[in-house]
Design a protein around this ligand. Structure first.
Ligand code: GLC
Ligand code: CA
Length: 520
């Protein structure tokens, strides 16, 4: 096998990301929708929390049937956010503060409104005929996928990648069925042209100053590829291109299977609410571990499997939430949120904080779907800055806001939390600053689980880098608990909820507590 000479951007070693859903962050021109200018104005805020990098959801031209994950022009930002120049300015302002910005690349599908698809629907052959996955008769649909049928002069059904208005771009089939001529091999002209075009898109934004991409549905590109082998090969090809032209570009996949994505050359992969990771055993199930009455053992087992299989080539990233899942605060509240962050900010990989999770923003129940959000809409409500009009998000009339605000009169906001030293906001700021001072707690420090038994508290692990070892002890349960440990506990560098005691190799910790101990 080829030796892996890929660069690993140095800044990822201690990166802490902040995810911005641009629609809902800050509106500066009173149209009810967030914009680039709003993000620029709040860069100092993001930095003050301790975050070093931003992932922004798609901001490109789109009919917004899926909040922008239905792109109609990959080279132009949507007017409602500003201009390409404004986005460039955002990159510059972030860089001036030592921060980095990842854009969201959606390579798996476009909007039906994309001119490529309009061309691809035509009966006569043209440059875009093979840009999407089409069967050669409308009476045949691709196996296992929904399809668009009866909407074109072209005779054929077009494969759908997600919603019905998101036709699948054609990167070919891993093992095309010889009886189905329309299944093209990965190296056929159509799939190759799609791949080249996607590289052009990446080149365009990287040249403008973006620092890399979060890649949407990164595992979905090659079809008929249940083990991901073709898709891995495709991403290795992209990696080779980036290594040559943009060796510092950082890549994170929405894949959820780090053993595959990291092999494909991604620097990072997310653990997600879907797929095999058991991520939501911790945060969002009937009895989440961090609510104090759950189980982390299946998560730890799967985590270690991925950690070993990925050969530690890249980072496994655990987000606090994202625009697709329920807000953390829907299932985890009060001190349990702080303990959950003591976990998120002490695990290997780069942590991702979803905007508003730092103040415990709530899932807004019962809102009507906006831009294809459906149940996800409640996690996409406007950021709550202060107690001014519309929580300081916008000066538009409340009825014109992108998504209604959390109507709770006691909704949290940034102003009160930054003024209160005991707030979740300050806890997170403290946790990030501790992480920044200790390489053992950062992206590449090793992890060894000391206790992660079934239905047992606390969760205990040791993080190590060079000479430094730090023991992390997390007890969200309502009772004092203990575990045996054959090392010695040094200075306590973080403590929440009371003191840790050690006697004859038994460590005892209070109910609802979290702590980090130097352990060299
Ligand atoms: C990803 C995005 C999600 C989007 C979907 C289709 O899962 O995170 O928001 O709807 O892909 O692009
Ligand atoms: Ca606006």
């Amino acid at each position: 096998m080829k030796k892996n000479n890929s660069r690993f951007p140095k800044w990822l070693d201690n990166a802490v990301f902040y995810e911005i859903y641009p629609q809902s962050f800050l509106d500066t021109n009173a149209d009810g929708i967030g914009d680039f200018q709003g993000i620029i104005q709040k860069l100092d805020y993001v930095k003050s929390l301790g975050c070093t990098a931003i992932w922004m959801n798609p901001c490109f031209e789109s009919p917004f049937g899926d909040a922008g994950y239905d792109v109609s022009d990959y080279y132009r930002v949507a007017k409602r956010y500003g201009t390409n120049e404004d986005l460039k300015h955002l990159f510059e302002e972030a860089h001036r503060r030592g921060m980095h910005v990842l854009l969201d690349l959606v390579p798996g599908h476009t909007s039906v409104a994309h001119p490529w698809f309009q061309q691809s629907m035509k009966a006569e052959k043209n440059e875009f005929t093979d840009r999407y996955v089409w069967t050669d008769s409308i009476w045949e649909s691709p196996d296992g996928y929904a399809s668009l049928r009866g909407i074109s002069d072209r005779d054929g059904s077009c494969m759908v990648n997600f919603f019905s208005h998101q036709p699948a771009l054609n990167y070919g089939y891993y093992r095309p069925d010889p009886k189905k001529k329309w299944q093209q091999p990965m190296d056929a002209d159509g799939p190759q042209a799609t791949l080249q075009t996607m590289k052009d898109v990446m080149r365009f934004w990287l040249k403008m100053g973006c620092d890399g991409f979060r890649v949407d549905m990164a595992g979905s590109l090659v079809k008929g590829d249940p083990d991901g082998k073709g898709t891995i090969r495709l991403w290795q090809n992209v990696r080779a291109f980036l290594d040559q032209e943009f060796p510092d570009a950082a890549m994170i996949s929405e894949w959820g299977e780090p053993d595959k994505s990291l092999l494909g050359g991604f620097h990072m992969d997310f653990l997600l609410h879907f797929g095999p990771s058991h991520y939501n055993d911790l945060f969002r199930c009937e009895h989440p571990f961090f609510s104090g009455n759950g189980d982390a053992s299946a998560f730890v087992k799967k985590y270690l499997e991925s950690y070993e299989k990925s050969g530690r080539k890249g980072l496994i990233c655990i987000p606090s939430g994202n625009h697709d899942m329920d807000r953390l605060a829907r299932t985890i509240s009060g001190v349990h949120q702080k303990i959950a962050f003591a976990f998120l900010l002490s695990m290997p990989g780069a942590p991702f904080i979803y905007y508003g999770d730092e103040i415990g923003m709530c899932y807004v129940e019962g809102v009507t779907s906006v831009e294809g959000g459906y149940g996800r809409t409640g996690s996409r409500s406007p950021m709550q800055w202060d107690d001014a009009l519309n929580a300081g998000f916008s000066s538009a009339p409340a009825s014109e806001l992108y998504v209604p605000l959390d109507p709770d009169p006691k909704r949290p906001n940034v102003k009160t939390q930054t003024e209160d030293p005991d707030s979740l906001w300050h806890e997170i700021q403290r946790l990030i600053s501790i992480r920044m001072e200790h390489p053992a707690l950062q992206s590449k420090g090793e992890i060894q689980f000391i206790q992660a038994k079934k239905n047992t508290y606390p969760l205990v692990y040791l993080r190590t880098a060079g000479q430094e070892s730090i023991l992390v002890v997390l007890n969200p349960s309502d009772r004092e608990v203990s575990f045996s440990f054959d090392g010695s506990l040094g200075e306590c560098i973080y403590s929440l909820g009371g003191k840790t005691k050690m006697k004859n190799g038994q460590v005892t910790i209070p109910a609802r507590s979290a702590s980090y101990h130097i352990c060299n």
